[in-house]
Each structure stands twice: as C-alpha cells, then as structure tokens.
Design a protein around this ligand. Structure first.
Ligand SMILES: [Zn+2]
Ligand SMILES: [Zn+2]
Length: 437
C-alpha cells in the first residue's frame, strides 16, 4: 500500500491539506476492503467523496500563506468545473450531504480472454447479485463465443463492479481513484507554487518511489485494483488461476550471493547507460543470448524502462497459452503502475515465418515450425523491434543461429501494452489477423 511520506508532513505548512488527502487515500482502501459488503462499501465510498472535497476547502483555508491565492486557484477551479468526473464528485458530495445516499448498483462483468486483442474479448455485463456463481455466468455467455479455440485456450474473467447511477461509464472505486489523482495534482501544484518540497509517492512496504505524474497522480495501489478482486477460471479444466508475476527485487544479501555464484559481467548490459532504446535493446539481446548459451534455455522475462532507465524486471513461468493472455494483461497494468514507457519481452517461442501472421502467434500449429529465442521491444512511442535467433538442437547442446532484427508488423503480444498506454492498435494488425486467433 502506498503512503505519502511522514517526514514531509512534519515540516510542511500545508500539512493539514496533505493529511486530508492521505485520509482520502486510506478511506478509499477501506471501501476497497468492504467491496463485497454493500452497506459498508457505500459508507466508505461516500466518506471518501466527502473527504476528497474537504481537501480543496482546506487549501482555501490556507489562503493567507499564498501571496496571490485567487490568481493561482482560479484556473484550477475552472479546470475542475470543466472536468466531467470532478463535476460528478462535486454533485455526489452535495447529494450525500443534503439528500441522502448515492444510488449505486452492483454489476457482474464476465469476459473471456482468449486473445491479446480486447476487440475480440466476448464480454457481458449483467445487473447481478455479487455472488452469482461462475457457472451461472458462463451459461449467459453467447454460444458462438465459445468456439473450440476459446474452450481450449480461454480464461473466464469475472469482475464485480459497483456503478453509481450518474456515472455509468466508471466503476465507482476507479472513479474515486481518478478523482483522488486529480485532487492530488492540485495539492502538488500548491506546494510547487509556494516553493515547498512536494510530498513523494512512496510504497510504504518496499520504500520504492513512484513517478506521480505518470500515474495520473494516483497512488500505485489505486491502479489495476480490480485485478485484486477478479476471479480467473480456466475454461480448459475449470480450475481457478492465480497468476502473480514476481518482480525480481534483490536484497543486498541476494546480490552478494549472486555475485559469488555467477559471472556478473554477463549482466553488464543492465548497468550501462544508453542514449537510445535502439542501442539498449541491441545490447540486451546480446546479454539474453549469452544467458541462453550458458544455461541452454531462457525463462520468459519482461524488462520495464522509463526512457532508457531500467525500472523493474520480472521473470515468470507459463504452462499454457491461456496463461499467456492473462499474464500479458496483468504485466501491462504493472507497466502502467511503474510509469514504464518501454518494455522488453523475452520468450522462447515456436516460429514459422516471422513476417506472416504476426511474429509468433500460433506458430506452434504451423507446419515448418522452428524454435527461437526472441526479444521484442514495445514502446509507448516509436517502432516495435523484434530480435530473434533460431534455436538448433544438435548433439543435445542447444545452439543459437544468428540474430535477425525486424521492425513493426502485427505484434499481438504488444496489444495489452498499447491499450494500457492509450496507444491505438494499428488497424492492419486486426485486418491481418486470421479469424478466431
Ligand atoms: Zn494505497
Ligand atoms: Zn506538504
């Protein structure tokens, strides 16, 4: 759970404002914790709304420490009035204070993940009891959505959602997270305007610092929170999936032990400074090749970058294709959480011809398939770059062919990241895609 830093609050003349904002953050978590208890959820959601509104009032009470409060605050007020969500927050608070409770309803959203493209995800949303069983929901999904591929490779994702009558397009907790971010942006601007140090966005557990503007000023714990409540069920065998990619956070002790065991020169590419992602990715694929040569395999990994700075990397295991769709989506949300704007994805894959259907999707079914070690650079802006080396298995010891590099092309594994970043999926990816893949 994120938390604003205590040190800041001790010395800040806007401490009263900072504390109110932190109260709103804590109340948001209480609402989240009570998600399945309608009465308590309503109480804490309403409390969060009221508290968020008092943040800006407290700010106005600090008028005296600004030389030019009205000139500074006027444009912010304009902006809040023009913002649909902030207008809703304002009206919701008025309603709570003067008329009574918000009108909220619970929905169940059921989706089948059997593709990387959201446009291909069968989805239904029903006004439902929070506790409808997965099998009841499955029965309601259109039969034509459940073709062979889906039953073999699909995952049923079930999300419960609270929606307020006057804000039908947002899940309520998510709306509050966004409103929290918008409020926090004003508080930060007040600090900047007064020449005060800004509160940092820090993970209370690990001490990691986050880039608040990149998160829409939300706390990292307020992004992708629905994943903590969703239920994932494999359509192959009905089992419940829980897939949490492990971030590779090394402690000092881990590092020492690793240094004794392994050749750290092998990983020197991760220490270098680069002037572009093009040169960075080239160096990383060199490293990936060396690791493969040493071990005879490479686990699937993702590296997150902000600019050319490595912010996080993950290793994970995949048992079947259904899990790939799920893991890929959850890592795309992680990328957003860490403010990453570029990702390197390392995989061992089956490949037929790289330029055909999009690099690897379903190449496992192609007649002339070959194994390959691949790495794909996907970024918020700029080309996709594919690195690939064919794996030859002769005399038991696997060997890599030369590195091939290609740019762009339909790259379905990139789709969840494009969506997370708000980058449109190129129309030709969808046009090129064979049906039901
Ligand atoms: Zn939090
Ligand atoms: Zn402060």
């Amino acid at each position: 759970m994120g938390k604003t830093d205590d040190q800041h609050e001790k010395n800040c003349p806007l401490a009263g404002v900072d504390r109110r904002l932190e109260d709103a953050h804590q109340l948001w978590h209480r609402a989240e914790a009570e998600y399945f208890d309608p009465e308590n959820f309503r109480m804490f959601a309403q409390n969060t709304i009221q508290t968020l509104r008092t943040v800006t009032w407290r700010l106005q009470n600090h008028k005296a420490i600004f030389a030019d409060f009205d000139a500074w605050y006027g444009p912010w007020q304009e902006r809040m009035r023009a913002d649909q969500l902030m207008r809703w927050l304002h009206d919701a608070r008025t309603k709570i204070e003067h008329q009574g409770d918000l009108e909220i309803h619970s929905f169940v959203r059921a989706e089948i993940l059997a593709s990387y493209l959201s446009s291909e995800v069968p989805r239904m949303e029903v006004r439902a009891e929070l506790f409808a069983t997965p099998m009841e929901l499955l029965k309601g999904i259109p039969k034509d959505a459940l073709e062979k591929h889906v039953l073999k490779n699909g995952t049923l994702r079930i999300q419960r959602r609270w929606v307020e009558n006057n804000l039908p397009d947002h899940e309520l907790l998510d709306a509050l997270a966004i409103a929290y971010g918008k409020t926090k942006e004003i508080v930060h601007d007040a600090h900047r305007h007064l020449g005060l140090p800004e509160p940092m966005t820090v993970d209370g557990r690990t001490g990691e610092k986050f880039d608040a503007p990149a998160l829409g000023w939300r706390m990292p714990c307020m992004i992708a929170h629905e994943a903590r409540r969703e239920l994932l069920i494999s359509l192959t065998n009905g089992s419940r999936l829980s897939l949490v990619p492990q971030a590779l956070n090394l402690t000092e002790q881990d590092r020492k032990e690793l240094a004794q065991k392994t050749d750290l020169n092998l990983y020197s590419a991760m220490k270098e400074k680069y002037d572009s992602l093009d040169t960075l990715s080239e160096a990383y694929f060199g490293m990936i090749r060396q690791v493969f040569n040493r071990d005879g395999y490479h686990v699937p990994m993702m590296f997150f970058f902000r600019g050319t700075e490595l912010v996080k990397f993950f290793g994970y295991e995949i048992e079947d294709r259904a899990q790939k769709y799920v893991i890929n989506r959850s890592l795309a949300q992680e990328a957003l959480r860490y403010g990453a704007d570029a990702v390197l994805m390392v995989n061992e894959v089956w490949t037929s011809l790289m330029n055909e259907v999009g690099p690897y999707e379903f190449a496992v079914d192609a007649p002339n398939r070959q194994e390959a070690l691949t790495m794909v650079l996907v970024r918020k802006e700029g080309d996709i770059i594919h690195y690939q080396a064919i794996i030859r298995r002769e005399n038991d010891k696997p060997a890599l062919g030369e590195t091939n590099v290609a740019r762009n092309g339909a790259t379905y594994i990139a789709a969840p990241f494009y969506e997370a970043w708000g980058r449109p999926i190129p129309a030709e990816w969808i046009a090129k895609k064979p049906p039901s893949r």
